[in-house]
Design a protein. Structure first.
Length: 150
């Protein structure tokens, strides 16, 4: 059963040619639409990546600026960050120019944790730490903090 175009009339050959052309144009249109949607999706993903990279690039600048602010004195770092986090320091003892021992009593553990993160972001490094639970959500802490030198 062989299909021969020559056996068809001129009108049938024209209709067949139009049908093939319409199928080709429909397929081409679908393919172009698919590529356009993929392009838009990739552009959106690219914009997300660029915004994330811009955010990541901005982080070191702010951290470096904070480190410069506290680069001269560890007590300024400890006092200013403790006030921001509402941490009451019971006692401090300077160990040398760039480090100090800090005692904190009856503080919420999460507040203490956030304060330690804040100090770390602003140039402080915790060398030693001793934390004891006292009440349900309260702890006593003894911290040895050193100011990072850039």
């Amino acid at each position: 059963m062989v299909f021969k175009i020559n056996n068809l009339s001129n009108r049938e050959q024209g209709l067949l040619l139009i049908l093939v052309a319409l199928i080709f144009l429909g397929s081409l249109s679908y393919f172009i639409n698919y590529l356009n949607n993929e392009n838009k999706s990739l552009e959106k993903e690219n914009q997300n990546i660029i915004s994330r990279l811009n955010y990541i690039e901005s982080i070191p600048a702010t951290v470096a600026a904070n480190r410069k602010l506290y680069s001269d004195n560890i007590s300024i770092l400890v006092n200013s960050t403790s006030k921001e986090k509402n941490i009451l320091i019971d006692r401090t003892q300077p160990l040398n120019d760039n480090s100090m021992m800090i005692w904190v009593n009856e503080v919420n553990f999460i507040d203490l944790y956030n304060w330690m993160i804040d100090m770390g972001e602003q140039g402080g490094q915790i060398e030693k730490m001793n934390i004891r639970k006292t009440k349900q959500n309260k702890v006593n802490a003894q911290l040895s903090i050193v100011l990072k030198i850039n």
